[in-house]
Design a protein around this ligand. Structure first.
Ligand SMILES: Nc1nc2c(ncn2[C@@H]2O[C@H](COP(=O)(O)OP(=O)(O)OP(=O)(O)O)[C@@H](O)[C@H]2O)c(=O)[nH]1
Ligand SMILES: [Zn+2]
Length: 201
């Protein structure tokens, strides 16, 4: 077996072991909450829950290079590019409960534009990890700046946190809004205003 095949096989093996140990943990959790893991409806639950959690945190297995896949194109465009209402699903790192909402992105290219879908893929890569909203917002903005070398980048995230709705303080209608402005979006208030007007956040 050549080196590359060996690496792929060993990664698959690690993933399988990780999923099996997660299954055992979910089995214990079901017992700890006072349920019977052998009950018909729960027999396959540890395996389903492990698969679901692996999926919900799949951003750990991704990196920027793979996500962008070379979709960076030369362009003379020096006007603002905005992609808004990119839905996001994340897990808060304090309670591992979902927070869901929308991400709005703007950037002013500097010779390169990014494939349209890649903005949404960058959002997903960072959202599908354990996060706080502030860090998520900043990580998305920094990644777009790093990949495109843009003149400026603006990111706004609006999200609702289940840890605040289903438990704890139990407030149903409040949303958290976070923003990160880099380059001309930070320095120039007209650029920032144009972005905020376009996304109407
Ligand atoms: N800043 C920030 N806080 C978050 C985010 N997600 C959850 N939190 C907060 O993390 C805090 C954790 O506070 P703790 O007092 O340690 O935990 P807790 O007793 O479960 O807190 P309560 O939610 O107030 O019941 C809470 O205030 C949550 O609302 C986030 O994305 N950003
Ligand atoms: Zn939380």
């Amino acid at each position: 077996m050549d080196q590359q095949l060996k690496a792929v096989a060993s990664e698959a093996d690690e993933n399988l072991q990780g999923e099996q140990s997660m299954e055992q943990e979910f089995h214990s959790i079901i017992t700890a909450i006072g349920e019977d893991p052998q009950r018909e409806g729960l027999v396959d639950t540890p395996s389903r829950a492990a698969k679901a959690l692996k999926y919900l945190t799949r951003g750990y297995e991704q990196d920027l290079d793979t996500v962008i896949n070379g979709a960076l194109f030369s362009s003379d465009c020096d006007s603002m590019v905005v992609v808004d209402h990119i839905e996001l699903y994340s897990l808060c790192e304090h309670h591992m409960l979902p927070f869901t909402g929308r991400c709005h992105i703007g950037y002013i290219p500097n010779g390169k534009v990014l494939g349209l879908s890649k903005l949404a893929r960058i959002v997903d890569m960072y959202a599908r990890r354990l996060q706080i909203q502030e860090n998520l917002t900043q990580e998305i903005a920094n990644a777009i700046m790093e990949v495109t070398g843009a003149k400026g980048v603006g990111v706004v995230v609006e999200a609702s946190h289940l840890c605040m709705r289903m438990r704890g303080v139990e407030k149903q209608n409040s949303e958290m809004k976070t923003s990160c402005m880099l380059g001309s979006f930070m320095k120039d208030k007209d650029t920032r205003a144009e972005f905020l007007q376009l996304i109407k956040a």
